[in-house]
Design a protein around this ligand. Structure first.
Ligand code: F6R
Length: 611
């Protein structure tokens, strides 16, 4: 899981590469490097640590040149170190490459190459690629890279340059993302669009087993037989500033604050005047739906948690039985999936390896796949039959926030769409829910407006070692997501429980002063949750409560809660979109109060493109 970037044009490459790497740092941040070609010689600078450590090296050793490649690493083979950082050189130092992915047969290739006299300078799987390219090189880098990829088992996106061919940059891809940014008199490669968004909004998306030959004025795409391939340009409307911090101390806080806008973008154009749902890239007809006897929802992490809420929406509004599974479990459980299955996958990045594997299994068994993803042209989008883009804009912080809220909103649209196709959602209900969905941004805003008060509370309680979250119905799912956010960015131990399960074991954990975050936004189980809260309080627990204004009079002993936040009144099915924001902010302020690197939590990377 790494990020790669490449440049060819008339400008100095070094700074463009370093800037691109900064935007890709969420993909990996244990080491980084650049290779720049000048005067028929390649120079490499690389350094363990963050991009700023690489900048420290470059400050006194600027590398001139107008063609180059860069890499930010998240170690898989070989510890994070200067020598394991990319780019890697061929033995004669005439070829440099960067790689994202994993070469599964690298041991075998390494032994073979060693027996042929190749010397290795790193412990990485990647170094076999550069030696293979060197082995097959006879004056044509495109051909050599293509030949080398035929020996590789695993996943790769590759950027390569050769000092013998100073006017071209070669790229190749299989199972790891790579885009080609189209400029004027300059071109780019990158692991994702935000890396070079500042320079262009036009891209070619490289497909599996394809290569690209890039000069400053031309881009040619080839298949693995080196036959030219036609590719349409993908145009993005994202603003370059979407991929910058814009005055916020962390991307995560910026992205939390962007949620009212992101939600509007997720539903914009999808709710017709009469309240009907219009999902352009979903072409499921009534006849198709009649053939579907069950739905499976598969995703990972936060996207899975959004799926949990989506399951409830679809079961409620379309009355279709649903199974939900994390992708890593699904792919190995021999799932019962047939041509009568609709698989719904959710993924912010659209590149998650386990989710892609689940799609593959489902498609091989004839199932239809509907993807909800944020990244246009991502592998998941391309491999699915129907796609709904969440339109959240680039999400840079490792911890997912606006992607989650937009995924939940899209799941609501899917549920209503399927419910309408089945004739189960009345005009009146549809109108009410879609109107409320549009208003949800205001409710999220209320949570954002409470930030200061929330920060004060969290900072005062920053030293708690364990936090527990409870809820019922949608609120239980929100608690699961809140608990994940707390763990991943603050490193404070936290667990979520269905409030009704407390008495079956977890309540033993509650002692004097234990903080329990309770979410109670659901009318039908309100009194039940209040009883559970009472059970917590009588054992000395301190309760942090998120509820709706309309329940104020039904909550006894409000003054005995440690802290209460009220959301404006809304339909209970809309509440998960807003209540989660309090938990996102709770996690954020806790991480800040504990001095954590919020955007790049330890051991985590943004796109999990390996298993
Ligand atoms: C948590 C988080 C991860 C991702 C998960 C799936 O904040 O970001 O749990 O949700 O790795 O990633 P995508 O959505 O890209 O498939």
């Amino acid at each position: 899981m790494c990020g790669i970037v490449g440049y060819i044009g008339d400008k100095q490459a070094q700074n463009i590469l370093v800037d691109g790497l900064k935007r890709l740092e969420y993909r990996g941040y244990d080491s980084s490097g650049v290779a720049v070609l000048d005067n028929n010689q390649i120079e490499i600078a690389k350094k363990k640590g963050k991009i700023k450590d690489l900048e420290g090296v470059l400050v006194n050793n600027e590398i001139n040149g107008t063609i180059g490649i860069g890499h930010t690493r998240w170690a898989t083979h070989g510890e994070p170190s200067d020598r394991n950082a990319h780019p890697h050189f061929s033995m004669d130092e005439k070829i440099a490459i960067v790689h994202n992915g994993i070469i599964e047969n690298y041991n075998e290739l390494r032994e073979e190459l060693k027996s042929e006299g190749y010397k290795f300078n790193s412990d990485t799987d990647t170094e076999v690629i550069v030696h293979l390219v060197e082995k097959y090189y006879d004056g044509d880098l495109l051909k050599a890279v293509n030949r080398a990829t035929k020996d590789l088992v695993g996943s790769y996106s590759i950027g390569a340059i050769s000092s013998d061919e100073p006017d071209r940059l070669i790229a190749a891809r299989y199972s790891s993302p790579l885009v080609i940014g189209i400029g004027e008199g300059e071109n780019f490669i990158a692991s994702d669009i935000p890396a070079v968004l500042e320079h262009t909004k036009n891209y070619y998306i490289l497909e599996d087993h394809e290569l690209a030959e890039i000069t400053k004025n031309d881009i040619k795409i080839y298949n693995q037989d080196l036959e030219p391939v036609e590719r349409e340009i993908t145009h993005v409307t994202w603003d370059a500033k979407d991929a910058q911090k814009d005055g916020y101390p962390f991307f995560m806080l910026k992205e939390i604050n962007e949620q009212p806008r992101a939600l509007q973008d997720a539903i914009r154009g999808r709710i017709k005047e009469n309240g009907d749902i219009k999902l352009d890239d979903v072409v499921i007809t009534k006849e198709d739906l009649d053939k579907i006897d069950h739905i499976q929802i598969v995703a990972c992490g936060t996207a899975y948690n959004a799926g949990l809420i989506g399951k409830k929406y679809i079961e409620k509004y379309a009355r279709i039985p649903i199974e939900i599974e994390t992708a890593s479990e699904y792919r190995y459980k021999n799932p019962i999936v047939t041509e009568n299955t609709l698989l719904i996958v959710l993924s912010q990045s659209g590149e998650t390896a386990d989710t892609l594997a689940a799609i593959d299994i489902a498609k091989k068994n004839g199932a239809r796949v509907l993807a909800i993803t944020n990244v246009i042209g991502s592998s998941i989008a391309r491999q699915s039959n129907d796609v709904i883009y969440t339109n959240a804009g680039p999400e840079i912080a490792v911890a997912s926030t606006k992607a989650y809220v937009t995924q939940v909103a899209c799941m609501m649209l899917v549920a209503l769409h399927l419910g309408r196709l089945k004739g189960l959602v009345s005009d009146e209900k549809l109108k009410k829910l879609t109107t409320e969905l549009k208003q949800a941004s205001d409710h999220i805003q209320k949570a954002l407006d409470d930030s200061e008060e929330l920060e004060e509370y969290v900072t005062a309680n920053k030293d708690h070692e364990d936090l527990y979250l409870i809820g019922r119905g949608h609120d239980y799912n929100t608690a699961i997501e809140g608990s994940l956010k707390i763990k991943e960015i603050s490193y404070v131990h936290s667990e979520s429980f269905s409030a009704g399960e407390l008495k079956h074991g977890p309540i033993a954990l509650i002692e004097d002063g234990t903080i329990v975050l309770a979410v109670a936004t659901q009318e039908d189980v309100l009194e039940k949750v209040m009883s559970n809260i009472e059970e917590v309080r009588t054992r000395g627990g301190k309760v942090f409560l998120v509820t709706q204004e309309k329940f104020k009079d039904r909550i006894a002993d409000l003054d005995k809660m440690d802290k209460v936040f009220f959301l404006p009144d809304m339909d209970d099915d809309i509440a998960p979109l807003a209540s989660v924001v309090y938990l996102q902010l709770f996690a954020y302020f806790l991480a800040v109060a504990n001095g954590r690197n919020v955007d790049q939590p330890r051991n985590l990377a943004k796109a999990v493109t390996v298993e």
